[in-house]
Design a protein around this ligand. Structure first.
Ligand code: SAH
Length: 377
C-alpha cells in the first residue's frame, strides 16, 4: 500500500467515510504524495495528452480569441492575461507567440498563471522564459490591480473535485471512500443525502443505481471568476470535456499511462477527473453577474475561429508530410468522433463587454434575438 493510501485509511478510521471530493483533492493536491506534486502528468511520456500538446494551432487560436476580445473591448491597457492550470506552459507559449505582432497587446498584458503545483510552475517558467517581460504566478484568480481580466483555461475545471450521489431506495446518497482492515480502499454509500433542489429535472424518474455528480468547488471557482469579470471587466474562455446539459452518469475516472486505471488502487499515482457540467457553470456565472455564451463543441469553436484556414496557412509551401501532419492535428482537435465533440467551450464576459463580443465565437452562436412581440391592439 502506498503512503497516501495509508494516510487516507487512517483519516477514514478517525473521521468515517470520506467524500469522493475530499478523496480527489487529497490524491491530486497533497503537497507530498499528490499527483501533481510528483508525476510527469502531461505529454507522450505522461498519463494523458491535452489539446495544446497535440497542436500549436490550439494555443494560437486561443490567442486570436484573446486578442480579438481585447481589440473589440477597446484595447484596455493594462489588462491581465491569465491562464488557469497551465500545465507545461505550451498553450500560453503558443498564445504569446501568435499575438506578439498585434500592436499594443503584448505591452498592455500582465501575464498571470494560476497554478498551485510547484513542479508545474517550474516547467512553465522554463517554457515561457523570454516570451514576455511581465509573467508571474498566483495560487488563485488574480485580483483587480492589473485591470480587466482575459482568462483561458483548458482541462482545468475537470481536475477540481466532484461529489457523487447514487440513487438507492428512492433517495440520493453520497458515495464515499472507506478502507478495510488491510487499508484497501473502496466505496460505500454514506449517510449524507443531497438537497433535491440541486438535482437536475427528471431525477424522480431515474432508476436506483443512477449517479449524479455535483462539483461545488467548480461552481465556486466559476462564481468567483464571474464576479471578477462583472466588477472589473473582462472575458474568459473555459474548455474541457463535459456536457452542455446537466444530467446523470458516472464520469469519475483515473488515467495512467494513457489508459484507464482503478481510481482507488494507488492514490496519487493517476490523474483523477470527472466531466464538467457546463450548464450548471453557465448558470452559476450568470447568477454571479457575468454573461455566459452558449456551450458549443470544441470542434465547432475551433472551426469558427479559423482552424482550417490556420492549418492551410501553416502548411502552405511545405512538403506533403507537414501538410498531412497539420491536417491530422486539426482532425484530432475538431473531428466529431473525438475531442471535437467530447470537449466543450464556454465563454463568459462582463456585461459591459457583451456588445463588443457578440460576433466572437462562441457568443456568435447565440440564436438571433426574437423580434419583440407586436403590441397588442
Ligand atoms: N491546461 C493544461 C494542463 C491541464 S492539467 C493543458 O491543456 O495542457 C491541469 C493543470 O491544473 C495542471 O497544471 C495542474 O497543476 C493545475 N492545477 C490543478 N489544480 C489546481 C488548482 N486548484 N489551482 C490551480 N491550478 C491547478
Amino acid at each position: 500500500m502506498n503512503a497516501l493510501a495509508l494516510r487516507i485509511a487512517r483519516l477514514v478510521e478517525a473521521g468515517g467515510p470520506m467524500s469522493l471530493a475530499d478523496y480527489m483533492h487529497l490524491c491530486m493536491a497533497d503537497p507530498q504524495h499528490g499527483y501533481y506534486a510528483k508525476r510527469p502528468a502531461i505529454g507522450a511520456q505522461g498519463d494523458f495528452v491535452t489539446a495544446p500538446e497535440i497542436s500549436q494551432m490550439f494555443g494560437e487560436l486561443l490567442g486570436v480569441w484573446c486578442a480579438s476580445a481585447w481589440l473589440a473591448a477597446g484595447s484596455p491597457s493594462p489588462f491581465v492575461l491569465a491562464e488557469a492550470g497551465p500545465g507545461r506552459g505550451t498553450l500560453m507559449a503558443d498564445l504569446l507567440r501568435a499575438t506578439a505582432a498585434i500592436p499594443g497587446f503584448r505591452d498592455a498584458a500582465r501575464v498571470r498563471l494560476v497554478e498551485t503545483s510547484a513542479d508545474m510552475r517550474a516547467a512553465q517558467r522554463d517554457r515561457l522564459a523570454g516570451l514576455h517581460p511581465d509573467i508571474d504566478w498566483t495560487e488563485s484568480l488574480p485580483g483587480p490591480e492589473g485591470g480587466p481580466l482575459l482568462l483561458v483555461a483548458n482541462e482545468f475545471l475537470d481536475v477540481l473535485p466532484v461529489r457523487q450521489y447514487v440513487k438507492a431506495g428512492g433517495a440520493w446518497r453520497e458515495r464515499c471512500v472507506v478502507a478495510d482492515v488491510a487499508g484497501k480502499l473502496s466505496t460505500v454509500l454514506g449517510a449524507g443525502a443531497i438537497d433535491a433542489t440541486i438535482l437536475p429535472p427528471g431525477h424522480e424518474a431515474e432508476p436506483d443505481g443512477a449517479v449524479f455528480e455535483h462539483a461545488p468547488a467548480r461552481e465556486a471557482w466559476v462564481w468567483q471568476l464571474a464576479e471578477r469579470l462583472s466588477e472589473h471587466g473582462g472575458a474568459a474562455l473555459l474548455i474541457d470535456y463535459g456536457h452542455g446539459k446537466s444530467g446523470f452518469g458516472d464520469t469519475f475516472q483515473a488515467m495512467r499511462g494513457h489508459a484507464a486505471a482503478d481510481p482507488f488502487a494507488e492514490p496519487g499515482m493517476a490523474d483523477l477527473t470527472a466531466h464538467v457540467d457546463f450548464q450548471r457553470l453557465a448558470a452559476a456565472a450568470s447568477e454571479a453577474g457575468a454573461v455566459a455564451s452558449p456551450v458549443v463543441a470544441q470542434g465547432e469553436f475551433l472551426l469558427d475561429m479559423g482552424l482550417a484556414e490556420r492549418a492551410g496557412r501553416l502548411g502552405a509551401g511545405r512538403d506533403r508530410a507537414v501538410q498531412e501532419r497539420l491536417r491530422g492535428e486539426a482532425e484530432r482537435l475538431a473531428g466529431g468522433a473525438g475531442m471535437g465533440s467530447l470537449f466543450k467551450a464556454l465563454a463568459l464576459c462582463a456585461p459591459q463587454w457583451e456588445a463588443a463580443l457578440e460576433s466572437l465565437p462562441p457568443f456568435a452562436r447565440r440564436p438571433a434575438a426574437r423580434p419583440a412581440d407586436p403590441p397588442a391592439d
